[in-house]
Write a protein that binds this ligand. Structure first.
Ligand code: XMP
Length: 515
């Protein structure tokens, strides 16, 4: 089925996902196409959809340096509503005969725009809008025949409307309605999207049948394995595949021996409560052997990915399966540079570094969905609440929470320290507001005195963060007594640790994990 959609053309920068997600929140299915695919790639992606509107996103380039005139012309030729944002606004203005050049002054951050005409997209918005801008160039003169809808100190044409005989109008806005700090941003997008007739038509909870059908059509009467970790994405993908394939699907849980304490039992419990009975493969010796002597974080990730793939492949062969079901979601597909609508999708796996050529046909039922949509589907499928509340554990597990080489001794220490952090936080009910809470075994050593003896032991870092989606994060302001209890228990219960430090760095500049 070609889904009625808005196509958001991504010109780089971080905005396109925000636009698509805002539209989906309004019940409008929005798909991304990267300008880097060229006009042919964008067109090919659009052919798999029923495009009812196009948004040309912002991006870092100037319309004079990296011109994508062909993409803008193609969008205008579709005869559907077109909205340009920031770079997209300038590109449309240029194509339609307006003048784009260096702005009288660049505008970065909060900017006040004055609304001159409350036309279609600005309907119901205040006359003075505090919005978020980021641009050096500006539309200095609107295209002939266009109406200027808003102005700002650095943008003589901050918004315009260009009417076309017998066709929906073209709109451009210099600011970013998709970012949370733009006043009236969502109303602007809703006003624009209303013209597409799609408001409220996209309901992720309703597409389960379609996803099941997709898996069925891809796998035919073949056999498949599903790599499951106990995380929400891989569990939902496997439950959908199970509905499609029944006994022809084998979910596989690979124990790489790098899980935090209790994680395997937690994951298996959730998987069983989700109606999956995974084949558990204990490959911990193989992983540890491959990681021996390796201390570079990315190399560790690659090795875990490679061994994971090898084990999966071996099991799939043994089971006679030719297909691999994965819980890859939309941002992963787009960020890996693949066209989601293409038949062959590049392999991407959250274990990281999974080799492309697995010798298995990859089936990714969630490849069009965002995380919050997968959660809606999990709820609709009646999957356990614990699945949604579980804190994320990186695919390579403790391999990236032990700085430097992973050894059995360090694994035992990291596991114990991590379990203490978890116990203290969960026993006080503090975990609900937290994104992740864990211990890192650092590569530092420090002197301590235990009893009357001085010792030179390990330093454990405690990382506890609040976040919405891991793009940014803040260290949690835990009560002092909680931190003291964690430090006292870790140094008291683990002889090899002499010191505990608390990481108070937000992301950015730090990442959540230490490696
Ligand atoms: P960072 O450390 O980049 O992490 O701020 C953001 C989120 O991603 C998780 N993470 C990983 N997940 N494989 C994964 O599956 C990995 O290699 C990996 N590295 C980081 C991290 O736990 C956080 O939730």
């Amino acid at each position: 089925m070609r889904r009625p959609s808005v196509l958001v053309v991504d010109f780089g920068g971080q905005y396109a996902h925000l636009i698509a997600r805002a539209l989906r929140g309004l019940g409008v299915f929005a798909a991304l196409a990267s300008a880097s695919w060229g006009v042919e790639g964008v067109e090919a992606e659009a052919r798999g959809l029923d495009v009812r509107g196009v948004v040309l996103s912002g991006g870092p380039a100037s319309v004079w340096e990296a011109s994508h005139d062909d993409i803008a012309e193609w969008a205008l030729g579709l005869g559907v509503p077109v909205l340009g944002i920031c770079y997209g606004h300038q590109l449309l203005a240029k194509i339609l005969g307006g003048r784009v050049d260096r702005a009288p002054r660049g505008e970065f951050g909060p900017t006040v725009v004055e609304v001159l005409e409350e036309d279609v997209i600005l309907r119901g918005l205040p006359r003075r809008l505090r919005v978020w801008m980021s641009h050096n160039d500006a539309v200095l003169e609107a295209p002939p025949g266009a109406r200027v809808l808003a102005v700002s100190p650095g943008s003589p044409v901050a918004a315009f409307e260009y009417r076309r005989e017998g066709l929906p109008p073209v709109h451009g806005v210099q600011w970013h309605p998709e970012v949370a700090h733009s006043e009236g941003g969502l109303s602007l997008l809703r006003n624009w999207a209303e013209q597409t007739g799609l408001l409220g038509t996209w309901r992720p909870g309703d597409v389960i049948g379609e996803l099941v059908e997709y898996v069925r059509s891809r796998v035919g009467d073949g056999r498949a394995v599903a790599a499951v970790s106990g995380g929400v994405d891989s569990t939902v993908a496997a439950v959908i595949a199970k509905k499609a394939l029944g006994d022809r699907l084998t979910p596989i849980f690979i124990d790489h021996g790098l899980h935090p304490e209790g994680e395997v039992e937690r994951a298996l419990g959730l998987l069983r409560a989700s109606g999956l009975d995974p084949l558990v493969v204990d490959a911990s010796d193989e992983f540890l052997e491959a990681l021996r002597g390796v201390s570079d974080p990315e190399e560790k990730r690659r090795i875990v990915g490679r061994v994971y793939a090898e084990v999966l492949h071996r099991e799939a062969r043994r089971l006679g399966a030719g297909y691999l079901v994965q819980g890859t979601i939309y941002p992963d597909v787009i960020e890996s540079g693949a066209r989601p609508g293409a038949d062959v999708i590049k392999t991407h796996h959250n274990v990281g570094g999974l080799p492309r050529d697995l010798g298995l046909v990859v089936v990714e039922p969630l490849r069009w969905l965002y995380k919050d949509e997968v959660r809606v589907i999990a709820g609709r499928l009646g999957l356990p609440q614990g699945l949604l509340e579980k804190q994320p554990v990186p695919g390579p597990g403790l391999a990236v929470r032990i700085e430097g080489e992973v050894t059995r001794e360090k694994l035992a220490i990291a596991r114990r320290a991590d379990a203490i952090v978890r116990e203290v936080i969960e026993s006080r009910g503090l975990h609900r507001g937290l994104w992740q809470y864990f211990a890192v075994l650092t590569a530092s050593r420090a002197t301590g005195v235990k009893g009357d003896r001085r010792s030179y032991g390990y330093v454990v870092a405690v990382r506890v963060v609040e976040s919405r989606e891991a793009m940014t994060a803040n260290p949690a302001r835990l009560p002092w007594e909680v931190l003291e209890e964690i430090a006292a228990r870790i140094t008291g219960e683990i002889p090899a640790v002499t010191r505990v430090v608390y990481d108070i760095t937000p992301k950015p500049p730090a990442t959540i994990e230490w490696e």
